[in-house]
Ligand binder design. Structure first.
Ligand code: ZN
Length: 294
């Protein structure tokens, strides 16, 4: 089932807002990767941020890859999103675990770690790819993404991403919002927003109250008049396929493929995003050697 992402802008045009309920997306990630709660929360927050950023891209068929690389036990956390509302991702160590943090929440910052970076690569198809990278701030994902927007894209942003994991490890709530100040925003409205932002509660508590995307936007932007622009479907989608997997093997080159045949006789590749297994026997591998020669 698809989740919904809603785009809005203040009537004065100075501030834009994106809100998403990503419960099904994060549940799908949990189902594919069998993540423990810490990884569910970290990957879930990144997927939530990525799907919003994907919806910001105007170029058709463009996509972006976001990575959190820190020194925590989760290892690399990666998400890929596109402008059609599709997102997928994985975490290097889905079974990493840590005690709850000082405020009794899943310790995502500890799981990701602090020494490292957040990188964003945008594949804009016809144009040169855009690459941005910032040092990790807290590893809590939302803070890191806000820092990225400020540093790399020079857009002051408020980013709130939240995942609540239930006792049975299923996803109870997931969602988030990004508020961005447009370059032409005047001082008065900027101050007004900064004041309002101080009173915003956590996104998971808003989701727990049952707020829709529109309700969430109105809650966050209650001091402003807001126009809801549109609502789009967003979903966890993996587009892996046999041909793509074969191309990955072919790209290893004929010597590597021959080594696989000599050592293992056959090979199996498992998709990192959806755990689907692709098996290639000796005949298939020999055909790939022929392709690699061409
Ligand atoms: Zn896949």
């Amino acid at each position: 089932m698809a989740d919904k992402l809603t785009r809005a802008v203040t009537k004065n045009g100075f501030i834009r807002i994106f809100a998403v309920n990503s419960k099904n997306i994060v549940q799908a990630a949990h189902d594919y990767h069998k993540t423990l709660p810490l990884a569910t929360a970290a990957l879930g927050r990144l997927l939530t941020g990525a799907v919003i950023m994907g919806s910001m891209m105007k170029e058709e068929n463009s996509s972006l890859t976001m990575q959190l690389v820190g020194d925590g036990p989760l290892g690399r956390v990666l998400a890929v999103a596109n402008s059609k509302g599709e997102v997928k991702g994985y975490v290097e160590n889905p079974f990493a675990d840590l005690p709850l943090n000082r405020v009794g929440k899943l310790d995502v910052g500890g799981g990701v770690g602090q020494n490292g970076y957040l990188s964003v690569v945008k594949d804009l198809r016809l144009k040169e790819p855009y690459i941005g990278q910032v040092p990790l701030q807290t590893g809590e994902v939302g803070d890191d993404l806000a820092f990225y927007f400020a540093q790399s894209e020079q857009v002051p942003s408020l980013v709130a991403l939240g995942v609540l994991v239930d006792r049975d490890y299923s996803v109870k709530q997931a969602g988030g919002f990004i508020v961005q100040i447009m370059p032409d925003c005047d001082e008065f409205n900027l101050k007004k927003f900064e004041k309002a932002a101080e009173k915003i509660t956590s996104v998971t508590s808003m989701l727990e109250k049952g707020l829709s995307n529109e309700g969430l936007i109105k809650e966050v932007m209650k001091d402003f008049e807001v126009d809801i622009l549109d609502e789009i479907d967003v979903d966890y989608v993996c587009d892996c396929c046999d041909e793509r997997m074969q191309r990955a093997i072919v790209s290893l080159g004929k010597k590597e493929i021959q080594d696989i045949i000599d050592e293992q006789g056959e090979t199996e590749i498992v998709c990192q995003f959806c755990d689907k297994a692709y098996r290639y026997d000796k005949n298939a591998l020999e055909e790939m050697i022929e392709r690699a020669k061409r």
